[in-house]
Design a protein around this ligand. Sequence first.
Ligand code: ARG
Length: 590
Amino acid sequence: MNTPRQELEARVARAVAALFSSPPLGPYVRPCPDTRHGDFQTNAAMVHGRTSQRNPREVAEELRAALDLDGIAEPAEIAGPGFLNFRLSSDYLNRQVTERWDDRRLGVAGVARPETVVIDYSGPNIAKEMHVGHLRSTILGDALARIYTFLGHNVIADNHLGDWGTSFGMILLGYKREGNAEKLELDPFGHLETIYQKIQAEAKADETVREAARHELVLLQQGDPVNRALWEKFLHFSIAALEMMYQRLGVQFDHQLGESFYNNMLAGVVKEMIEKGIARPSEGAIAIFSDGKLPPRDDPFLIFRKEDGESEGRFVDNPILIQKSDGGFNYATTDLATIRYRHDHFKAERVLYVVGAPQQMHFRQIFNAAERWGYGMMRLEHVAFGTILGPDKKPFKSRSGENIKLRALLAEAEERAGRIVGEKRPELNDHERVALARVVGLGALKYADLAQNRTLDYVFSWDKLLAFDGNTAPYLQNAYVRIRAIFRKAGLAEAEPAKVHLTEPAELALGRKLLDFADSIFLAAEENRPHFICNYLFELATLFHKFYELCPVLTSEAAVRSSRLLLADLTAKTLREGLQLLGIDVVEQM
Ligand code: ARG
């Protein structure tokens, strides 16, 4: 099913093709910024007027005459420098609302060509407990996985756990000195963190400790059975704890192939990189340099430098290490092996890396190296995001300056939501209140993150995210609840088939908005920005509240009542589906 925008786009493109010889220059159709002038507009006359050097208003006249809007919109109106404004016809509107209501997918078409898309998200370093810094990748990645799946792509959700880094050398050394199996089992992160911090402090002051830790790491990487067994134990308990967290968040993966999984492929990667002339020895290590093919300013292996006293700057090498002088491998080496694996094994056509903005340079380098390596057919994208800030506009930390543990954050969300819910619904028993608080609290936390344009930093605020007014999850969940209350009162599970006939401005506006659901999903997927769906749902809920105020449903005469019930039902289904795409649940009552 086409959205109105897609349908108009196709009609305009057809008229353009009939009128002009120049190639199509769309997309032409956008929502009208001011709905008083129309629902949609096109700038096609201006675009083609410019290329043929003609008066755009004259071109607009021709275009209007050539446009077939039958069954979709009123005759177009010419506005401003040569826009054509469209208003959807009420017949079309009534029909489209009905069709969407009748469709399990609410009118959202799948993509024409499904792709195999690996989504790489969460990826915590596992010797530490997940903290607030892991929230965005986990939530954003999960939403993208849901959106891509809904659109019909073959999604492979892969958690690239940091389970192999240098910190394990320290942890092994520390654990051998004062590790305790019981403590490890009870509180793996707490125990490993204590050990790690202690050894780290010692290592700072003492070269022999640093040396000993490096030695433990080399032993591990060479497959020493004692170190390997210890590491597996750390992994086992840490992953069990992580899994509880993912379950609580409702986040799932198809695979958890951590860095360690690629260990035995790394030597081969380095060898091939050297053979292909992509990497070379440099100061005892192996590094990848620029191949000089890109303009310097676009080349991630070059960086612009201007030293003190120099009058002009120049580009200098910005290599990436793939093997250290002690023989160890790097984060980049693993990522290169991962690209190969995802291509060969998963047949991935695209990979989305949902990772914070500070790793931008790393990914630009890796993507460039992968292309030179022969993986240019894969679309590799860094879905970068900004930082969550505290009230002081600095990265969100606890009062004592530590990272806020994700567990504590979720507990606080549920507790605060519990207090609000308890006030609103004093009749609930403890069990019901806790269950409701979980849906509201976690929903609010997730939504606050997803509603932000991901590339921006945002300031975390409990009051804002839990508000029942404004662009929040509770506001949307509440709109859903209101609709469900109408149906409970009517003694119906959902609307019955009915002839939709929208007449009042508030119901027309709601009906029109309902047809745009798919557009918001397409846009979210195209830009990997779920906030487009949030904005849409917020506008939808706001229009619903207006409708609810102005248009009686149950007390209206039969034909109006059944039409409005259907409109309300489609709104509820759209809210529920939209929130589902964001990993957020709805409840029947709150
Ligand atoms: N473990 C990394 C970190 O905490 C994130 C991993 C991201 N994925 C990747 N393929 N590099 O920074």
